[in-house]
Design a protein around this ligand. Structure first.
Ligand code: DAK
Length: 259
């Protein structure tokens, strides 16, 4: 049987594609397991410096698989929710940046998956929303938590209470999407961003990600203290010497080694 989650790594950049177009890439157990395996393997691949996550066909991900969870008991729903959190945390805590290339519908669990990524670059055809209340449920994979952290409480409440599906342009206005581009430009633009990131000092980029992810959840003083420690640690890397010497000697884009 064909793999649902496909991974391609080239020149330090990984492309992860959820390929279940017949169900608009809805997330069932098998798809979550595929994502878990993909990100675990990429985490062990020392060459990888950035990941692009996208969906095959007209959807990014149209949500958790409604057919698979329709008959769930509360106990099964809790287990499914935790399973999703586990996989999404693996992506959120992935040591290198993960860019969601939102090619189409990002609804419910799909919007939540995109929010677990570091950046969301979208096609003009993309649509986003948390339509769970139309199904009689609440979001289960971070929609009530990550969405207000990204767009603010008020906009998050509007989207969650109404279940409205919004255009890419509106998602951009709200700050849910970082950029919106023509459909044919989506992957080239994501690759361009990923390549720029991959050319930077990898340890420093990883530390920036960790500092933001942990710092925004902590009191400012604690966040600043964590930042100072990471800053100090960069002076133990070869890349700090490489980067600063290149500046002093007026050389651009020094060859960082990730150590
Ligand atoms: N799950 C399962 N199948 C789905 C699906 C989904 N989320 N979305 C689409 N499909 C399937 C359709 O059933 C259809 O299958 P067949 O009928 O051909 O067998 C196929 O994909 C193509 O879909 P459509 O024919 O509907 O395509 P259209 O272009 O006409 O419409 C659409 C596209 C995205 C507007 C429409 O498919 C749609 O409204 N889909 C549902 C979107 C949605 O409501 N998403 C949110 C799902 S709820 C939790 C854990 C997680 C969550 C909540 C709680 N706990 C465990 C507590 C998360 C919840 C969600 O994500």
């Amino acid at each position: 049987m064909a793999e649902i989650v496909k991974v391609h790594v080239e020149a330090g950049l990984a492309m992860v594609t959820i390929d279940r177009p017949e169900a608009l890439n809805a997330l069932n157990d098998e798809t979550l397991a595929g994502l878990e395996a993909a990100f675990t393997a990429l985490g062990n691949d020392k060459s990888v410096r950035a990941v692009i996550l996208t969906g095959a066909g007209k959807a990014f991900v149209a949500g958790a698989d409604i057919k698979a969870m329709a008959e769930n008991t509360p106990r099964e729903a809790r287990a499914f929710a935790r399973r999703g959190h586990q996989v999404f945390s693996l992506i959120e805590d992935f040591p290198h940046p993960v860019i969601a290339a939102v090619n189409g519908f990002a609804l419910g669990g799909g919007c939540e998956l995109a929010m677990a990524c570091d950046l969301r670059i979208a096609s003009e055809k993309a649509r986003a929303g948390q339509p769970e209340v139309k199904l009689g449920i609440t979001p289960g994979w971070g929609g009530t938590q990550r969405l207000p952290r990204i767009v603010g409480r008020s906009a998050a409440k509007y989207l969650l209470f109404t279940g409205e599906v919004i255009t890419a342009a509106r998602a951009l206005e709200l700050g849910l999407f970082d950029e919106v581009v023509a459909p044919e430009q989506l992957l080239p633009r994501c690759l361009e961003i990923a390549k720029t990131i991959a050319a930077r000092a990898p340890v420093a980029v990883s530390y920036c990600k960790a500092a933001i992810n942990q710092g925004v959840e902590a009191p400012l003083a604690q966040g600043l203290s964590f930042e100072s420690e990471l800053f100090a640690q960069t002076f133990a890397t070869a890349d700090q010497k490489t980067g600063m010497m290149a500046f002093i000697e007026k050389r651009e884009d020094p060859p960082f080694q990730g150590i």
